[in-house]
Structure formats: structure tokens, C-alpha cells
Design a protein around this ligand. Structure first.
Ligand code: ZN
Length: 310
């Protein structure tokens, strides 16, 4: 995501690889959250206003209002501009039940640096309006049915009718870029996809086993599994290449493996802070676990093999 060409390619691949930023979406905040509507905590708004200029918000909001039909609401909210054709009540449920909670978790658990630009989040009520507006605004088609993130446009388009798992996945990408700008693809997608199925309680985000598991277990069983060392060395093209489904799964479950050992947050911070010394993550994971990568890999494969996705 460092160059325009890279970003365009990222977007293209995101669209082509439907497994990329899509989910089986088990986590559904719409159903889980029955709390009454609440307004943003003013202290929280203060912490964002210092980094994102009000002019940037206003310009983007004006632009969106010019482009969109009158059935959309366009509201500034924390680091985001929330564009929705859901009812006000449903929009509030997604905003309070997922977006605000995810932000609280990410900044409590992982990120220090806050966004300097607003991100636009479209919440589309159904597949039809999601596809129609993706085509109209960005000439995008052949979409994931769940939603996607356009890094260069700093915009997320979500078919929220499918649930909110992908929303948290894409929010990971939308926020991590300000905290760990050079994060390698394997770790960016590992974290994002870990949170496709998650809980967001008490400012702690936790990922759970999801539909990506069988791709990895199948690779282990048919001996096509390749090492964590190889995953960590994948560049952008290799990660999103023809083994992307296994790569996503391997990356997701090494993040979950570290989470279960209570080491993921420390690994994230050490990797971010010492990226210049080792841009693969190998040195950092060895330091955090006290094991060699080869030892970690053996333990990881055993752990993954025993997981069950139901
Ligand atoms: Zn992703």
C-alpha cells in the first residue's frame, strides 16, 4: 500500500479474490446489541478532532452529499464519515455496537497512532444498493458479497445485510495503516481476518475459529502445507497470489495461536517497533515466544490440526 500502483493492484485483487476481504460472518453485532441508542463520548470526539481537520471532514461530506441520493444519511462520527441507507435505528446499532466498540478495542489493545484523515464507511442495507452504488461511484463490479475497503479512497463499502464481521476485518486495515504503515500483507490480513469472527467486550477484541480453518487443515493433511518461515517472507504478490486462501488461513491462525498464548498484542507492538530490523516477523516471534521459528511451526501445526470449526 505504499505506491499508487500498489494500491490499485490491492484494490483490484481485493475485488478479484472474493475470499480476500469477505467472511462467513458469524459475528453479528446487529443481533447481539440490544442496548439503547447512545451518543458519542465527547472526550473521544476531542481526541479525534486534533488529528483530522474539520475541513477534511466537511469537504468529504459535501462531496458525498453531492454524489448520493436523498435516502442516505451522511454523518461525521469519530474517525469516520458514516454513510447509510439503513434506518436511523439500525445505523446506530452498527455504529455503537460494532464501529465504536472496535475502535475502543483497537486503541486499547494495539494501536497508538490515530488517523490523520477521515475514512468513509458506507453501510448498505442490501446487496442491490451495495452493488449499484459500488458501480456508480467507483465503477467496481465483481464484488465480494460482504464488502471491501478501498485504501486509496479511504473508503469502506459494506453490505451490512450480511453481518458485521467483514466490517471489523476492513476496519483493521483502515486503522492499522496509521499505526504500522509498513505492516506486511501476511500480518495485515492475519489480523483483519482474525477479527471477522470476534467479540468486542470490555475494550478487548478476541477472534474465534471461523470458516477459513479447513483450507489450512486440508493443506496440512495433503502435505502441501509450507512453513511459517515461507509465509513470513511472502511479498504482496505472493501473499495475494494463487495460494491466497491458504495464506489467509495460515496468517489468521498464527495470529490466533499467539492470541491464545496471550502473546499477540506484544508481538504486534514488537514487530511494529522493530520492523526496521526484521521486516518478516521471524525475529520478533522468536523473541516473544522464546522458541525458534521451527519449533513454533511444529507446535502451531499440531495446534491447528486439533482445532474444530463447527
Ligand atoms: Zn483484508
Amino acid at each position: 500500500m505504499k505506491t499508487t500502483a500498489g494500491i490499485s493492484r490491492f484494490v483490484l485483487l481485493s475485488l478479484l479474490l472474493l475470499s480476500g476481504c469477505s467472511t462467513g460472518t458469524v459475528y453479528r453485532a446487529l443481533k447481539l446489541n440490544n442496548s439503547p441508542s447512545k451518543v458519542m463520548n465527547p472526550a473521544f470526539l476531542d481526541s479525534t478532532s486534533s488529528l483530522i481537520s474539520q475541513t477534511d471532514f466537511n469537504n468529504r461530506i459535501e462531496e458525498l452529499k453531492r454524489l448520493l441520493s436523498s435516502d442516505f444519511t451522511v454523518e461525521q462520527h469519530s474517525y469516520f464519515i458514516i454513510v447509510s441507507n439503513l434506518s436511523a435505528e439500525e445505523t446506530e446499532k452498527v455504529t455503537a455496537g460494532t464501529i465504536d466498540k472496535a475502535v475502543d478495542c483497537f486503541y486499547n489493545n494495539y494501536f497508538d497512532s490515530r488517523p490523520s484523515e477521515p475514512t468513509t464507511i458506507f453501510l448498505f442495507k442490501n446487496d442491490e444498493t451495495y452493488r449499484w452504488w459500488a458501480k456508480k461511484l467507483y465503477d467496481d463490479d465483481d464484488l465480494s458479497r460482504y464488502g471491501y475497503y478501498k485504501p486509496f479512497a479511504k473508503t469502506m463499502l459494506m453490505n451490512i445485510n450480511t453481518g458485521t464481521g467483514t466490517l471489523v476485518h476492513e476496519m483493521t486495515h483502515a486503522l492499522v495503516r496509521y499505526d504500522f504503515p509498513d505492516i506486511p500483507s501476511w500480518f495485515n490480513e492475519g489480523l483483519g481476518s482474525l477479527y471477522e469472527r470476534c467479540s468486542l467486550n470490555n475494550k478487548q477484541i478476541l477472534g474465534y475459529v471461523n470458516w477459513r480453518l479447513p483450507a489450512l487443515q486440508d493443506a496440512i493433511n495433503d502435505k502441501s502445507y509450507t512453513s511459517l518461515d515461507k509465509l513470513f517472507k511472502t511479498d504482496y504478490d505472493e501473499f495475494y497470489g494463487n495460494r491466497s486462501d491458504v495464506n489467509y488461513s495460515q496468517a489468521r491462525y498464527i495470529c490466533m495461536y499467539l492470541q491464545e498464548a496471550g502473546l499477540l498484542k506484544n508481538f504486534y507492538k514488537l514487530f511494529r517497533d522493530t520492523y526496521g530490523e526484521d521486516n518478516t516477523g521471524k525475529t520478533q516471534i522468536e523473541k516473544i515466544t522464546g522458541k525458534t521459528l521451527n519449533e513454533i511451526d511444529q507446535d502451531y501445526v499440531k495446534w491447528v490440526s486439533a482445532l474444530k470449526y463447527e
